[in-house]
Every structure is written in structure tokens, then in C-alpha cells.
Design a protein around this ligand. Structure first.
Ligand SMILES: C[S@@+](CC[C@H](N)C(=O)[O-])C[C@H]1O[C@@H](n2cnc3c(N)ncnc32)[C@H](O)[C@@H]1O
Length: 331
């Protein structure tokens, strides 16, 4: 799910060279790094002394790495412990803003922090909260009914055995609280005769992380707010890791950049929701060399657009993914 996960000590910011090459023509202003993490992107951008970074992260533990950046880069660096869906609340000089960047998912240090319980390799109480959450994975697994659990696993995890797993969870939790290792065992028992390309628990854990962190509504709101914040000529760039995220990012850039007509028999007209210029129609993906150095980067996709128009109606984006944001509200 996340290409910065690497079990070795070293942190590899994903698609860094590619990201820098698309934003560097705009150097000499402020960039918002919406997913500061271990600061890989911010550090590279700050190497150019004309640049400023406003960094955000929802995880309060990140604050300590941000302090080191503050000490080094002084007034060229600001950090806010906030969710990126709220980036419109940040005070900054919009005229100086050149780019807004996202590297979705989790950092190496978060995955390795067993208290966060993001990984199926952890033991103990289910958690998965990245920060500023209203629920944990334990709340979901302990309280949600079988029908809703099935929906969550199916829609956010595309898990074939969603229903069986949900029913088993509801049965088992009557006897004891389900911990991370118990959930892994339930899934293993149900899927034991299946050929596996990925770990049995990957899909259910992905689904739980999405609902616990409201990843879908976070992303949609952040994209819309980014558009509203960035001046015409500025860039929005997003690295995503799973297919649901990429579908949203792709729609955001493609739908709002293409000329469309309600009928193919009518001549082309400029559509009012055309507000981006796309340089690359296809996503940028990691090179063989990057995948070899950092295998989890293989699922990363970088998409970006340059704002061309001051207003845009994003109601179609919200409508298109309403089925997903509705599932995030299930309890
Ligand atoms: C993949 S890491 C970013 C890594 C970073 N690009 C680097 O090079 O170190 C993603 C970071 O985004 C943060 N994050 C995820 N969702 C967020 C949200 N909705 N709001 C703010 N931060 C978020 C996570 O806490 C994590 O630290």
C-alpha cells in the first residue's frame, strides 16, 4: 500500500527524482508538502535556497522530525500537525504558492511503530490510527455488525471472503476481544486453501486503515481545497499507492482537464469544469532500478496537473465517489 515502507533502516522517498523534475520549473516560492512524513520531499525542495516549505502531517510523532527541519531551515520551513483535508485553514501568502504535493499512505517509521498497529505483523490491540481520528480499528472490529463489516472489506479491500471473515469476527468477539494476531488468524483459517500472491491479511488491513483514517474523504477534500488554494499556473502533484486512491486522483485531473460534450454529435465546446493542463496523460511510475532498491514502490503512481482556471465545480467528483465516502461513515 505504501511505497515508503522499507524494512531496512534507510528511508527512500518514492519517485523523488520524478517529482522534483516536474516541480522544479516553478522553483522560487512556497510548496506545501501535505504528507511530510520523514521529510524526504521537503528536504530535497529546501536544497534550493529560493524555496519555502509549509509541511503538514496528521501524526503528532512527526513533530519531532519537523523540529530538526525548523532548526536547520529556520523561516524557510513551517510545520502544522493537521490533516491535509484542512489545508485551506492554513495561513500563508497564496501569491507565493507554487505547488502542493501529496505522498499518500504511511511512512516507514509509522509502519515500524507497533503501537500504531498498522501492520498485520504487529501484535496486540488493534489500532491503525494515524492521528486525529475519531475511531480505531479496535472500535470497528469490536462493534460493527457483520453486514457493514462485509461492505467495508469488500469495497475498501476488494476481499473475496469478506462475508465469511465478517461472520467469523462477530462470532469470535463474543468470547474475547479480537487483537491484531487474532484477526490475522481468523483470516488465515478462512483463506488457508487459497493460492496466495500477497499476505492473506493484506486486503482486510487495507480496508480497516481506509475506514479508520477516512482516507477517501480526506483525499477528496484535500484535492478540492488544494485547487482553491493554488494560484493559476501552480501545480498539484499526488503520489498514490492503491487503486482506490489512484482512481480518485485520476478522475480529479482527467475529468477536469478534458474537453467533453454531452453528445458526441455536437461540436466540441470548452467545458466549464476544465481547470487543469495535464502534461502527462499517463501516470509516472517508478523505474526498474527504484523498484529493485525499494520493492514496495512498485505500486506507486504519480499524477499531476497545472491549474489553468480560477473556478471549477467539483460536484461531479463528490458524486462519483459518494458510494465510497458513504462506506466511511458506516459504524
Ligand atoms: C508516505 S508518508 C510521506 C513520506 C514523505 N514523502 C517522505 O519523503 O518522508 C505519508 C505521510 O502522510 C501522513 N498522512 C497520511 N494521511 C494524512 C492526512 N490525511 N493528513 C495529513 N497527513 C497525512 C502520514 O502520517 C505520513 O507521515
Amino acid at each position: 500500500m505504501n511505497a515508503t515502507i522499507n524494512l531496512e533502516k534507510k528511508h527512500f522517498p518514492v519517485l523523488l527524482k520524478e517529482l522534483i523534475s516536474i516541480i522544479s520549473p516553478l522553483y522560487g516560492g512556497t510548496f506545501i508538502d501535505c504528507t511530510f512524513g520523514q521529510g524526504g520531499y521537503s528536504k530535497k525542495i529546501l536544497e534550493n535556497k529560493k524555496n519555502y516549505i509549509v509541511a503538514l502531517d496528521r501524526d503528532k510523532d512527526i513533530y519531532y522530525s519537523a523540529l530538526k527541519f525548523k532548526a536547520k531551515y529556520k523561516d524557510r520551513f513551517k510545520f502544522y500537525n493537521t490533516k491535509f483535508s484542512q489545508l485551506n485553514r492554513i495561513k500563508l501568502d497564496k501569491n507565493n504558492l507554487r505547488g502542493i504535493i501529496f505522498d499518500l499512505g504511511y511512512s516507514t517509521s509509522q509502519i515500524k511503530n507497533s503501537q500504531k498497529g498498522l501492520s498485520f505483523l504487529d501484535k496486540g490491540k488493534l489500532n491503525m490510527r494515524m492521528g486525529m481520528n475519531d475511531i480505531s480499528a479496535n472500535d470497528i472490529i469490536s462493534n460493527m455488525g457483520a453486514n457493514n463489516l462485509t461492505k467495508v472489506f469488500k469495497i475498501f479491500g476488494e476481499e473475496k471472503y469478506s462475508k465469511k471473515i465478517a461472520i467469523e469476527i462477530v462470532k469470535k468477539r463474543q468470547k474475547k476481544t479480537i487483537k491484531t494476531e487474532d484477526l490475522v488468524e481468523i483470516i488465515d483459517n478462512i483463506k488457508k486453501y487459497q493460492k496466495k500472491k500477497i499476505h492473506n491479511s493484506t486486503k482486510v488491513f487495507q480496508a480497516l486503515r481506509i475506514i479508520v483514517n477516512k482516507e477517501i474523504s480526506e483525499l477528496i477534500n484535500a484535492l478540492i481545497n488544494s485547487f482553491q488554494l493554488i494560484p493559476v499556473g501552480g501545480i498539484i502533484a499526488v503520489v498514490s499507492f492503491h487503486s482506490i486512491e489512484d482512481k480518485i486522483v485520476k478522475y480529479f485531473f482527467k475529468h477536469y482537464s478534458e474537453e467533453r460534450n454531452s453528445s458526441r454529435y455536437l461540436p466540441d465546446t470548452v467545458n466549464s469544469d476544465r481547470c487543469f493542463k495535464l502534461i502527462n496523460k499517463k501516470p509516472i511510475i517508478p523505474s526498474e532500478a527504484e523498484i529493485k532498491q525499494n520493492p514496495p514502490s512498485r505500486s506507486a503512481k504519480l499524477r499531476y496537473g497545472i491549474k489553468t482556471n480560477d473556478t471549477c465545480d467539483f460536484s461531479k467528483l463528490r458524486e462519483k465517489f459518494k458510494n465510497l465516502t458513504d462506506v466511511e461513515k458506516l459504524r
